[in-house]
Design a protein around this ligand. Structure first.
Ligand SMILES: [Zn+2]
Length: 233
């Protein structure tokens, strides 16, 4: 285990992180392999302050690359990029944007798996900041409560809108749903293309990456086969 992880696990055990209680930091902000690594003061600046800073810094990157920022086509780019980062493609870094989820009683007594498949998402690889484009398939078995189907999509989108690695994205969606639905019976499968693999580097345009998270009943081979049959329909 890396030194940093040992330290952070110890801190988490003590429920204190650099002087902040777990409650103050919030459930989106714990340091472990599951959590997106963020600074303790990640939410000190307002969104507007962040956009202003990013705009200035992105203008510097463009300037260093020799681009003429007085050009009509380019001069608005730093602002556009800053707004896109904060309001859109990285909006999932702000816990204030976490979808509000309401649960309903399972009044139909439906006790088989529910599968929400082919949820299209756009994320970004945290190593290159270029898109990851994919589909998420989510399944759960109700433990008494059910969730509005569109909320499953919203949870996928919330975690996708962060700099990501696909393994973490898969686990974050699964753990969030487990916690919301109070069930172990969750499966998440993600099938995605990474533009850092296709548009640069090895330039492989045909490969895709598949990750999965199976827990509870989804560890049983016949349930995995049933799920895979639905996904293949
Ligand atoms: Zn990458």
């Amino acid at each position: 285990m890396k030194q940093q992880e040992i330290m952070l696990n110890t801190l988490i055990d003590d429920h204190i992180l650099n002087g902040f209680s777990e409650k103050e930091i919030g459930d989106d902000h714990l340091f472990s392999g599951l959590e997106t690594p963020m600074k303790l003061n990640a939410h000190e600046l307002s969104d507007e302050e962040k956009k202003e800073k990013i705009s200035g810094l992105f203008a510097q990157i463009m300037d260093v690359m020799g681009l003429d920022l007085t050009n009509d086509s380019l001069k608005g780019t730093p602002n556009r990029v800053a707004k896109m980062y904060i309001d859109e493609i990285f909006s999932g870094l702000n816990p204030a944007n976490k979808p509000k989820i309401s649960l309903f009683d399972n009044s139909y007594k439906y006790n088989q798996m529910l599968v929400e498949k082919n949820i299209t998402f756009y994320s970004n690889c945290e190593h290159h900041f270029v898109p990851i484009i994919g589909k998420a398939h989510v399944a759960y078995v109700s433990s008494g409560k059910v969730i509005g189907i569109s909320k499953i999509n919203r949870i996928v989108q919330y975690y996708a809108k962060r700099p990501q690695v696909q393994e973490r994205l898969t686990n974050q969606i699964a753990i969030e749903l487990k916690s919301i639905l109070n069930t172990e019976d969750i499966a998440v499968i993600i099938d995605a293309k990474h533009l850092c693999v296709s548009s640069r580097g090895i330039k492989d345009d045909t490969s895709a990456t598949v990750t999965s998270y199976y827990s509870g009943v989804f560890n049983q081979p016949h349930k995995i086969i049933e799920l895979q049959n639905y996904l293949n329909q």
